[in-house]
Design a protein around this ligand. Structure first.
Ligand SMILES: [Zn+2]
Length: 56
């Protein structure tokens, strides 16, 4: 996506990925830490943080 690095950092700071279906979920970090993050697709609570530098 053609976004600014600053905007990207802000974006990925609160984006999580479902471990089950790998869909992205936007979530405030306080909700994530409280365990209230739920995937919209498969309603799984198993989320992981999107890593900025995860290029292989
Ligand atoms: Zn899911």
């Amino acid at each position: 996506m053609g976004t600014f690095p600053e905007a990207q950092a802000r974006l990925y700071g609160s984006v999580y990925v479902c471990r089950i279906c790998e869909s992205k979920i936007k979530l405030p970090i306080n909700k994530f830490l409280a365990g209230k993050g739920v995937c919209r697709k498969c309603s799984s609570k198993k989320l992981r943080v999107v890593r900025l530098r995860s290029k292989k």
